[in-house]
Design a protein around this ligand. Structure first.
Ligand code: GLU
Length: 502
């Protein structure tokens, strides 16, 4: 049998998500239990949303979990480069092959034409996928567009009738009607591939034998299987894992649960506990033990034991698992973990300058900065509201600060000061009122070291979660109202930047 090769393929478009660690874990166990290889590939073809900073964070976070990869952008390997933005020429060549074989076509539709067609389909009650009009262009029309250097995308052809049969060993046979499958764009007009083309080409060239990914990718599989057939390649075996869910069964989202791996690290969750917990989301050891280490999971791993029920990302359970792992540590090891966590020269060293002129005695150090070490801060929600302000307005302000904070994953004190000023101006609040609400949300008290410095040291992940907790303590908005507040805010924010710039 050929070598087992699996991969995790994160897109660096946001902070490292626990869902990535969850999928990585199952890929890792699958490979390692059979002497195979586990690869890491960065899927950064979306030029507008991908950021090297996020890539660094993802690598840092996954390394922290202990799921080490055999090949990847940082460690190299025989099938590199492992960053898709460095492979664009390969995708262009493959798109060309599909054009030549007649499995893809150039689409010259402008964004306006596409929008018009979509509206018309919508009004007529049809599905709003691409209507395939450019697949019927005559060679003369194509040549004419080419002479005019008209911009184009390359789309894949999809059979007009019939069904795609998918065999997922976890789910059995799934049939998807080709009528519901869009003529996917493979190469965008800027010459960059979409996820579908790059993913299939890379899985083939990197000799991936099995794909284990989230169930949200199931609808894409007919497109991928068609591409394998068009190229004349064997498709890997594909498994779709159940998605992690919020307590209300909805897909795990940062609005309801912290989702960043680095948040859990900064909170003081041990990496082995996070891995244990993520394993429990879809797997039980044959002996039924709930507390286990990665090596035990690898040893007993059998992919058919994965359970498909919607796993709830239950923070209480995570805390329980963590507590068990902490209890099992040797005291000296626990001391080492605590020191590595926050009681180290780096973290404490950042606090010292803020505290030096405030503490009459060494023994007063902790009372000024205790909140830096707490999992959560507690306060009466009414304390969040500055004098002469209202509860709802405070909540809305905190949402706006949260959205701005999401744009700067590692904010410096200057970033935080600037965004607080901006939000204050747009919200009609003084900076003093903004920092009052934030001081309570972050520190749980009104007397604390300088707010922006504290937030920089605490880090974006913990700060964002405390702001979210404060919002929840007030009166969080429902989905619709939240969306309209957000829309109005970003609209106002765009003219704020214009005013600033002129
Ligand atoms: N880049 C995709 C993601 O971010 C990879 C999906 C896959 O595993 O095919 O999840």
């Amino acid at each position: 049998m050929s070598e087992i090769r699996v991969r995790i393929a994160p897109s660096p478009t946001g902070t490292p998500h626990v869902g990535t660690a969850y999928i990585a874990l199952f890929n890792y166990c699958f490979a390692k239990s059979q002497g195979g290889k586990f690869l890491l590939r960065i899927e950064d073809t979306d030029q507008t949303r991908s950021d090297r900073l996020f890539e660094d964070m993802i690598l840092q976070a996954l390394r922290w979990t202990g799921l080490t990869w055999d090949e990847g952008p940082d460690v190299g390997g025989p099938y590199g480069p492992y960053r898709q933005s460095e492979r664009t020429e390969i995708y262009r060549e493959h798109a060309q092959i599909l054009l030549e074989k007649g499995h893809a076509y150039k689409c010259f539709c402008t964004p306006e034409q596409l929008e018009e067609a979509r509206q018309a389909q919508f009004k007529a009650g049809f599905s709003t996928g691409y209507d395939g009009r450019c697949s019927h262009l005559t060679p003369e029309t194509i040549a004419q567009h080419e002479r005019e250097n008209a911009p184009f995308t390359i789309r894949m052809k999809v059979p007009e009738s019939g069904k795609c049969e998918i065999h997922d060993p976890l789910r059995g046979l799934i049939e998807i009607d080709y009528k519901t499958v869009d003529h996917q764009i493979l190469l965008k007009s800027d010459g960059f591939p979409t996820y579908h083309l790059a993913n299939v080409v890379d899985d083939h060239l990197m000799k991936i034998s099995h794909v284990i990914r989230g169930e949200e990718w199931l609808p894409s599989l007919p497109k991928h299987l068609l591409l394998y057939t068009y190229f004349g390649w064997n498709a890997p075996v594909v498994y779709h894992m159940p998605l992690l869910r919020n307590a209300d069964q909805s897909k795990l989202s940062k609005r309801k649960n912290p989702t960043s791996i680095l948040y859990y690290r900064d909170l003081g969750i041990l990496p082995e506990a996070l891995i244990n917990f993520l394993g429990l989301m879809a797997y039980t050891l044959p002996e039924g033990d709930e507390i286990f280490f990665l090596e035990q999971m690898v040893k007993s791993f059998d992919i058919q034991r994965i359970s498909l029920g919607g796993p709830i990302f239950d923070l209480q359970k995570l805390t329980w698992v963590n507590q068990k792992h902490i209890a099992n540590l040797q005291p000296a090891d626990l001391l080492g973990r605590l020191m590595a966590w926050k009681f180290n020269p780096d973290f404490m060293g950042k606090m010292i300058p803020l505290m030096q002129n405030r503490m009459p005695k060494l023994g007063d150090f902790m009372s000024f900065c205790d909140f830096m070490f707490y999992s959560e801060v507690s306060y009466d929600p009414s304390q969040l509201i500055p004098k002469k302000q209202e509860s709802d307005s405070t909540r809305d302000l905190l949402y706006k600060v949260l959205w701005e904070m999401e744009k700067v994953p590692f904010p410096t004190r200057d970033d935080i000061e600037a965004l607080c000023k901006k939000v204050g101006t747009l919200h009609g609040w003084s900076l003093r009122d903004v920092t009052h609400a934030l001081r309570i949300a972050i520190c749980g008290k009104s007397v604390a070291p300088p707010q922006f410095d504290v937030m920089e040291i605490l880090g974006g992940d913990l700060c964002r979660n405390r702001i979210l907790q404060a919002i929840n303590a007030l009166n969080p908005l429902g989905k619709k109202k939240l969306e309209s507040l957000q829309e109005a805010y970003w609209q106002a924010a765009s003219s704020y930047q214009v005013e600033e710039a002129t």
